[in-house]
Design a protein around this ligand. Structure first.
Ligand code: AMP
Ligand code: ZN
Ligand code: ZN
Length: 413
């Protein structure tokens, strides 16, 4: 009924106006563009290292968080999907990079696209769907989930993930999308660079190779910022640069072999480190728990439903009956895995999300953000609401709110 009335009013008011000349360009749907950039594995404190000049300049012109708290577990897929849904992993269902679903009957591993592209894995509503459902457009040159038809929708523009696509191609395509005539291009653009995660795993967070990777991604941020300015769009684009988690050094003598404590023939180890997802045979569950409890001073074990509240990691069916969590920098493994892959080296993440080593980057700058403010740590579940507010779209139900981010804004856009 209401829709009918507004339709009638629209027709009436259109009839009362002069028809626009055929050559008049279409009015802008919205002048604001939001660009979300992920630097996978960029630990919050990397911004203080020498190569991060452009990132520091961006922070000086906008808002930077001391660090952003990832969701638990502090892994790539759960956190990228939390950033764009505002949901914790136990609510959106991407509870790990590697997981099992009894209904789907398959194991999810991030490189197995035949499995990951099944939309049944992906709960909640990612921001590009929120945007597209509300009459605006979205574009993604890589973001976890953005090449998968979630809720029956894809971003208008997207690329199927391929780690080999040069970073410069990502940057130039994003700038081309931004420069599309007003009203025809995307309001929300996301993109992703993996350099810091790659270097951090391989060499460890303190290595010089990480400094080189910081300098490389810093150049990309510089190209984006300069490209936006060169196109005369600086007053219209909000740029938000985030990461999904931090990184900590591993050591060959910080190893916990699970087969020292439990019978591997009686459990399914779905995922192993630094969060172990363990599904024992039903008759072995109590014994496996008892054997793991207190077995190693640097490993905690929890039964599903008893995982500490602050992890918010209990309810989803994909969370296994037993969950083990290694202390910072420790590796859970098995003797066979050590035999095959050697002892741990380099870096890792996935640990307790409150550890400062797991802290993620948050820098935001643009017409809607205050200038030069440093804000206290906040959780990444709040990013979805903030971006929805910038875009002027109604957020889907989620775990976040504007409470920690409202103060970042000059005014309510
Ligand atoms: P992690 O094991 O948590 O360090 O995961 C990082 C890996 O996730 C990177 O090496 C990427 O290759 C991979 N990755 C990142 N984004 C995507 C994506 N959209 N689709 C598939 N894999 C991705
Ligand atoms: Zn990551
Ligand atoms: Zn990683």
């Amino acid at each position: 009924m209401n829709r009918l009335i507004s339709l009638a009013l629209l027709v009436l008011s259109a009839a009362c106006q002069h028809a626009p000349a055929a050559s008049t360009p279409a009015p802008a749907v919205s002048a604001r563009t939001v660009l979300l950039v992920s630097l996978d594995g960029f630990r919050a404190d990397y911004i203080r290292r020498p190569g991060a000049m452009r990132l520091r300049a961006l922070a000086a012109s906008g808002v930077r968080a001391e660090r952003m708290l990832p969701a638990f577990p502090s892994k790539t897929f759960p956190n990228h999907y939390t950033l764009v849904t505002g949901l914790r992993p136990e609510h959106h269902g991407i509870v790990a990079n590697t997981m099992w679903d009894g209904v789907i009957g398959r194991k999810f591993t991030i490189s197995d696209t035949a499995v990951t592209h099944d939309p049944r894995w992906w709960g909640g509503e990612p921001l590009w769907v929120t945007v597209e459902n509300q009459g605006k457009r979205a574009a993604s040159f890589f973001w976890v989930g953005s090449d998968i038809k979630i809720n029956g929708r894809l971003p208008t523009w997207f690329r199927t993930y391929d780690a080999k696509v040069p970073n410069e191609t990502r940057v130039s395509t994003v700038l081309d999308w931004m420069a599309m005539p007003a009203g025809t291009g995307p309001a929300f653009i996301s993109t992703y660079f993996s350099d810091l995660d790659d270097a951090g795993h391989r060499y460890g967070p303190e290595a010089p190779q990480v400094d080189s990777a910081i300098a490389r991604v810093d150049l990309l941020i510089g190209s984006l910022v300069d490209g936006i300015a060169a196109r005369g769009l600086a007053g219209q684009v909000d740029v938000i640069v985030v990461s999904d988690h931090g990184m900590v050094s591993l050591a060959p003598d910080r190893v916990i072999c699970l087969d020292d404590y439990i019978d591997l023939a009686r459990v399914e180890i779905v995922d192993i480190t630094p969060v172990g997802a363990i599904s024992p045979e039903p008759e072995y569950e109590a014994e496996a728990f008892a054997r793991l409890k207190g077995a190693h001073p640097h490993m905690q074990v929890y039964r599903k439903g008893e995982i500490p509240e602050r992890f918010h990691f209990n309810t989803h069916p994909r969370i296994t009956k037993l969950v083990t969590v290694a202390d910072e920098g420790w590796t859970m493994t098995t003797r066979a895995l050590v035999q095959r892959n050697g002892l741990p080296k380099g870096g890792a993440h996935g640990y307790d999300n409150q550890l400062s080593s797991m802290g993620a980057l948050f820098v935001a700058s643009g017409p809607d953000f205050k200038q030069g403010i440093l804000v206290p740590p906040f959780q990444n579940i709040h990013v979805y609401e903030l971006l929805a507010r910038l875009l002027g779209v109604r957020p889907a139900p989620n775990d976040g709110s504007m409470d920690s981010t409202r103060s970042f804004l000059r005014r309510t856009p």
